[in-house]
Structure formats: structure tokens, C-alpha cells
Write a protein that binds this ligand. Structure first.
Ligand code: KIV
Length: 310
């Protein structure tokens, strides 16, 4: 007899009124959270299992970030990520977290040509992955694209400050807005993104004072990564908080575990077990149905005799 799979009830966010089933947040819930001073918590996810666990934990949003270029594909940055790669992973995350607000992250090149292509690519996230919004990088320079996508009935989250798709122009993965002039540029970028119709915005790697000004001046939810606590919520890269990503650890990361070291131990133990014969043991194998082994032996004897005769 197969045992029924035990599924624990999902953790509830106070804004999710229905009992039992976790209610997916909407832009209005996120807006209300800002107004009430409640922080939204989100992280990146790139696969089904992680998304399932994040939903179970009660994560407010999941971003299928183009950081998958580094975290999953081993590229040196986000530039090589294609829209097809991004869509595959976004689809998997949506399947794992059907009741969580999922953000599709438009990769480099998917909104850099014509406005028409940008809108068509944004549509792909909605049609293929059933996302709740798309995110794209850039301030003033991206405003016309944000406006076109928003005018076509889609939700756009902006992304200003350190924008990893333009590290060539920014001179690397560097904190932004540390001088008065560069901070003013970021604040103006944020204003342009808001005016273009973004419903929310991510601010990356800027001093907390600058983030505070943006989140106090703009009425939409402002989220931060490496941008201090004075905003409406935080996002982290999943492989950073789990301690899996090996290449480097940005200053703003808090590692909640060192799963990389744990994984290494598991892989080494498995290798050792197989090589020494400790695995698989009897409990890891399927037994034959009673009497079938004797029948098999007789069958084989018969076949051997037959083969000898012919
Ligand atoms: O791609 C990504 O993961 C991001 C992070 C900065 C959150 O945009």
C-alpha cells in the first residue's frame, strides 16, 4: 500500500486572508504593505524544488533573476543569459510556487532593440510562464520601454543603482551613488522609472541614505539589495543566502547557512560509500516477489538445456 504524501499547510502572510490556501499577493497587497510599513521578503529562485520550499516558507515574492547566469550556468556575469534560458527557469519556478508572486527578469538583449520587440518579449513571460510582473534594468534610458510595456497592460518592476547588465559601462560590479552627483543621478533615474509607470522598483548597491530618499519620495514600493533597510523590503540571491555560490560574496550578503560545505561532505561520503561497497545496502534494493527467484532459476535452466540441444 502506498502511503499518501503528507503536505504541511502553507505559512500564512497576515495579508492573505483565506484560510488553508496561501493567497498570492497582488500589486495592491504590495502597495498596502508599503503603506502599513510591512516589509516584503523575496529572493531569487531558478528551479522547481527551491520555489516549492520558498512558497512553503512563506516568501512574498520570487525573482527568477538573470543572476542565474552566474548561479546556475557559471557565466562570469549576466550578459550571456538568453531569453530562452530565462523562460525555462521561470516556468519551472512558477510550477513550484503557484501561489507566490513571481517576477520574470528580462535578460540583456531582450529589451534593448526596438520597443516593439521589448513588448513582445515581455508578453512571452506572461504567456509562457504566467508571471505576475517583469523586471528590467535602467533608469531614464529605459523609461520609454517601461512605459510601452505598462501601456500594454503588464506590470513592470524597475531596477536602478547597480545594474549588472551594464557593468561594462559602470566599470564592474561596484556600489553606486556614493557621491552627491552620482546619488542625484540615481534619484532622477528612480523618478523617471516611476513616472514611466513602474509599479515597484529594486535599488541595488547604493548607500542607505539614497535608498531612504527614494522610498520616501516615491509612492510605489521600493525594494533593496545592498541598499540598506530603509525601504519596503529586501531581496537576496538564493545561492548567496544558502552559502552555495563559490566565486565571490558581495559585502551586502548575509549567509544563513554554508550548504556548499555540507554538499561537499555529502558528495565525498557518497563517493566513499560506493567505492567501499557500503552503498547500496539491502534496504536500498527491490526484493523479488516470493517464489519468483526459484521460478527464474528453473526458467534459465530450461533455456540452457534447450540451447545445448540445438
Ligand atoms: O538577477 C537578479 O538576481 C537580480 C538581483 C540583483 C536581485 O536582479
Amino acid at each position: 500500500m502506498k502511503e499518501a504524501l503528507q503536505v504541511e499547510p502553507l505559512k500564512m502572510n497576515p495579508l492573505r486572508k483565506e484560510s488553508g490556501m496561501k493567497k498570492k499577493l497582488t500589486r495592491f497587497d504590495l502597495q498596502q504593505m508599503k503603506e502599513k510599513g510591512e516589509k516584503a521578503v523575496w529572493m531569487t529562485a531558478y528551479d522547481f524544488t527551491t520555489a516549492q520550499l520558498a512558497e512553503k516558507a512563506g516568501m512574498d515574492m520570487l525573482l527568477v533573476g538573470d543572476s542565474l547566469g552566474m548561479a546556475v550556468y557559471g557565466y562570469p556575469g549576466t550578459i550571456p543569459v538568453t531569453i530562452e534560458q530565462s523562460l525555462y527557469h521561470t516556468e519551472a519556478v512558477r510550477r513550484g510556487a503557484p501561489n507566490t508572486f513571481v517576477i520574470g527578469d528580462m535578460p540583456f538583449g531582450s529589451y534593448h532593440g526596438s520597443v516593439k520587440d521589448a513588448v513582445r518579449n515581455a508578453v512571452r513571460y506572461y504567456k509562457t510562464c504566467n508571471v505576475d510582473c517583469i523586471k528590467l534594468e535602467g533608469g531614464k534610458r529605459a523609461a520609454h520601454i517601461i512605459q510601452a510595456i505598462a501601456d500594454n497592460g503588464m506590470l513592470v518592476m524597475g531596477h536602478v543603482g547597480l545594474t549588472p547588465q551594464s557593468t561594462a559601462a559602470l566599470g564592474g560590479f561596484k556600489a553606486q551613488g556614493r557621491t552627491a552627483e552620482s546619488a542625484q543621478v540615481i534619484i532622477e533615474d528612480a523618478q523617471a522609472v516611476y513616472e514611466a509607470g513602474a509599479f515597484a522598483m529594486l535599488v541595488e548597491a547604493v548607500p542607505p541614505e539614497v535608498t531612504r530618499m527614494i522610498s520616501q519620495e516615491l509612492p510605489i514600493p521600493i525594494y533593496g539589495i545592498g541598499a540598506g533597510a530603509d525601504c519596503d523590503g529586501q531581496v537576496m540571491i538564493v545561492s548567496d543566502i544558502l552559502g552555495i555560490f563559490q566565486a565571490f560574496t558581495p559585502k551586502f550578503v548575509k549567509k544563513y547557512a554554508n550548504l556548499g560545505a555540507e554538499m561537499l561532505k555529502v558528495f565525498e561520503a557518497y563517493i566513499k560509500d560506493v567505492r567501499t561497497g557500503a552503498f547500496p545496502a539491502a534496504e536500498h534494493t527491490y526484493g523479488m516477489i516470493e517464489g519468483e527467484l526459484d521460478r527464474l532459476k528453473r526458467l534459465r535452466q530450461k533455456q540452457t538445456k534447450k540451447a545445448r540441444k540445438s
